[in-house]
Design a protein around this ligand. Structure first.
Ligand SMILES: NC(=O)c1ccc[n+]([C@@H]2O[C@H](COP(=O)([O-])OP(=O)(O)OC[C@H]3O[C@@H](n4cnc5c(N)ncnc54)[C@H](OP(=O)(O)O)[C@@H]3O)[C@@H](O)[C@H]2O)c1
Length: 285
C-alpha cells in the first residue's frame, strides 16, 4: 500500500466522531476520504453497502455509525441491534471481501461496572443494558469475520458536535440555578477530537497491530465532578448537587465504574503527543 493514495470510507460522518474526523482529515491531504452520512449510506442496508463496495475499492473503513441512544435502546432493541450488531456484521463481510481494514468504535458500556480498577481488554464483558449488549455483539461479529481490524472501546464521548453531556450541562446551566447530577458513576470523559486523531494516526502509520484496544482520555471522574468542572471552566454560577444513581432513575442501567485501562494501546503505539490528553483538558467547546 506504500505509494498509492489510500481510500478511506467514513460512515456515520455527521455524528460526533464523524465530524471530528472530518476536521482532523484536513491535516491529511494525502488521503482520499469518502465521508458518508446516514442519508448517503445506511449501513443497515446490506444491498447499499454491497453496491458501494462493488463500485469503490477502500483501503480502510472507519465505522462512526452507531445507534447511541442508550435509554431509548431499552425499548428499541431491534433497532439498536440492527445498527450496532447486524450492520457491523455486513460491514465486516464487505471489508473481508475487499481486504479492507475495518476501524470500529465500541464502548465502556460492554462492562457491568462491578470492578474498582480500570478495565483491560482481558476483562470479560457483561453488559447491563441493551445498548452495551448490541455493541458487544457487533464486536463479536468483527472478531469472528475479520483479521484486519481495530476495535477501539472508548467512553463518555463529548465534542462541539451533536448531543453530549458537556453540551447538555452548558444548556441547562444557562437556564437553571441548581442542578442535581449523579456522583456514583465513575468514568473517563473522552474528547472525540482526540479519538479522531488516534484513528487517522493509526491509518497514517499503516499499522498491522490489529485487534481490540481500550482508548479514553486519561483520568477518572464522576458525572457530578465533571459537571462542576464544566461550570467552573465556563464561569457559570450554577450550583450542582451530588446525588446517587437511585435518585435519578433512567430506563437503561449504567455501569457504576467504567474506567478503561489504556496500557495496551500506549505500549503498542507511540501516542503521547497524538492523543493522550488528560480528561477535561478539551472543554473549549
Ligand atoms: N457518545 C458516547 O458517549 C460514546 C461512548 C462510548 C462509545 N461510543 C461509540 O463511539 C462511536 C461514535 O459515537 P458518537 O458519539 O460519534 O455517536 P453519534 O454522535 O450518535 O453519531 C452516530 C452517527 O451514526 C449515524 N447512524 C445511525 N444509524 C446509522 C445507519 N444505520 N447508517 C449510517 N449511519 C447511521 C447517525 O446518524 P443520524 O444522526 O442520522 O441518526 C449519527 O450521525 C459509536 O460507535 C458509539 O457507540 C460513544
Amino acid at each position: 500500500m506504500s505509494n498509492k493514495i489510500l481510500k478511506i470510507l467514513v460512515t456515520g460522518a455527521n455524528g460526533q466522531l464523524g465530524k471530528c474526523i472530518q476536521d482532523v482529515a484536513k491535516s491529511y491531504p494525502q488521503f482520499n476520504f469518502h465521508f458518508k452520512t446516514s442519508k448517503d449510506l445506511n449501513i443497515s442496508e446490506k444491498e447499499q453497502l454491497g453496491a458501494l463496495f462493488d463500485q469503490e475499492k477502500y483501503d480502510f473503513c472507519v465505522n462512526c455509525a452507531a445507534y447511541t441512544a442508550v435509554d431509548k435502546a431499552e425499548t428499541e432493541k431491534d433497532k439498536a441491534y440492527l445498527v450496532n450488531a447486524e450492520a457491523v456484521r455486513y460491514l465486516a463481510e464487505v471489508c473481508k471481501e475487499q481486504n479492507c481494514v475495518l476501524i470500529h468504535i465500541s464502548t465502556d458500556f460492554v462492562f457491568d461496572g462491578n470492578k474498582t480498577t480500570p478495565y483491560t481488554e482481558e476483562d470479560i464483558p457483561n453488559p447491563i443494558n441493551v445498548y452495551g449488549a448490541s455493541k458487544l455483539k457487533g464486536e463479536q461479529y468483527i472478531h469472528e469475520i475479520l483479521e484486519k481490524y481495530f476495535i477501539f472501546r472508548t467512553s463518555w464521548v463529548y465534542s462541539e458536535y451533536g448531543n453530549n453531556f458537556v453540551k447538555t450541562m452548558l444548556h441547562l446551566g444557562k437556564e437553571r440555578e441548581v442542578l442535581s447530577v449523579v456522583n456514583d458513576q465513575i468514568g473517563s470523559p473522552t474528547y472525540a477530537g482526540d479519538l479522531a486523531k488516534l484513528v487517522l494516526g493509526i491509518i497514517e502509520v499503516n499499522s498491522n497491530k490489529y485487534g481490540l484496544y481500550h482508548y479514553s482520555n486519561e483520568g477518572k471522574i464522576s458525572w457530578y465532578e465533571f459537571a462542576t468542572e464544566i461550570f467552573k471552566q465556563k464561569g457559570l454560577k450554577t450550583k450542582v448537587n451530588p446525588i446517587a444513581t437511585e435518585e435519578y432513575p433512567t430506563p437503561a442501567r449504567r455501569p457504576l465504574y467504567s474506567v478503561l485501562d489504556n496500557s495496551k494501546i500506549k505500549e503498542r503505539f507511540k501516542l503521547e503527543e497524538l492523543t493522550l490528553s488528560k480528561i477535561i483538558s478539551n472543554l473549549n467547546i
